[in-house]
Design a protein around this ligand. Structure first.
Ligand SMILES: Cc1cc2nc3c(=O)[nH]c(=O)nc-3n(C[C@H](O)[C@H](O)[C@H](O)COP(=O)(O)O)c2cc1C
Length: 237
């Protein structure tokens, strides 16, 4: 176990669950330091303690770094600059509208303000988008997939959501930062080729991960949450 102790733990001691949940935020700027494979193994072991339908555990994690990740970044960037239509392997609801669009804009404004990107700064906005397609230059990326034979239902995706939440929380508890992102898998053929995905797997999402660069402005952004009174209905109390 001591092998997994990293500098964060040494500095702050073991952190409690509530501290992890309240402290975690998406990290979009990373130190270049590599993350030892053993630390990622521990993160995945914790994440996969999550519940899944009938304990089916329909997930697989492709942890990609080094040359293969560099090729994914390059392929994503080239295809996006060339205007190749994004192709994900999961269904999309299309563009957000109404309250969902409002919340999407809210977090974008927070991030752009932190980064000093003005409304009319087309180049700054483009650079930010490309940064996402490069997996925020994180030292590693975890491509999360599910078993193809479960395609057509909605439960496997639900199970993966639980696992991915576990991944980002477990990572945070070990001093690692992460950002779940769709941008990295928008050009799924690129990811499929360079991450060496098996034919029986469907790409759900990816998670960029590494040691946070706390001087990177967007990393200090704390996103807003709807209050419990708005999101919950208590029945029969
Ligand atoms: C399914 C999913 C896809 C996401 N895709 C992106 C993305 O492509 N780019 C990005 O910067 N953040 C992405 N995020 C991160 C969200 O923007 C972030 O979780 C949300 O704004 C709440 O902020 P927090 O994680 O800091 O609490 C994604 C998160 C999820 C769950």
């Amino acid at each position: 176990m001591t092998e997994f102790v990293n500098s964060f733990e040494q500095e702050f001691g073991r952190v409690e669950y509530e501290e992890v949940v309240r402290g975690r935020r998406s990290i979009r700027g990373y130190k270049p330091d590599p993350v030892p494979q053993k630390v990622i193994e521990e993160v995945i072991a914790l994440a996969t303690r999550c519940p899944s339908s009938m304990n089916t555990q329909p997930w697989h994690f492709y942890v990609v770094t080094g040359e293969p990740l560099a090729r994914i970044r390059q392929g994503n960037t080239e295809r996006n600059l060339a205007g190749v239509t994004p192709s994900r392997e999961i269904r999309s609801h299309g563009a957000y509208e109404g309250v969902h669009r409002k919340r999407q804009i809210e977090i974008a404004i927070q991030l752009f303000q932190a980064m000093g990107i003005e409304r009319d700064d087309a180049q700054g906005r483009q650079d930010w988008v490309l940064r996402g397609f490069r997996q925020f230059d994180a030292p590693l990326c975890i491509v999360v997939t599910y078993d193809k034979e479960l395609e057509g239902g909605d439960i496997a995706q639900f199970d993966l959501g639980a696992a991915v939440n576990g991944l980002v929380q477990a990572a945070w508890s070990k001093g690692l930062g992460a950002v779940v992102n769709s941008q990295g898998i928008m050009q799924s053929p690129v990811v499929r080729e360079h991450a060496g995905l098996a034919d029986d797997q469907v790409i759900m999402i990816c998670v960029a991960m590494g040691y946070p660069d706390y001087t990177f402005p967007a990393n200090s952004v704390v996103s807003i949450r709807r209050p419990v009174a708005e999101v919950a209905s208590f029945v029969g109390f």
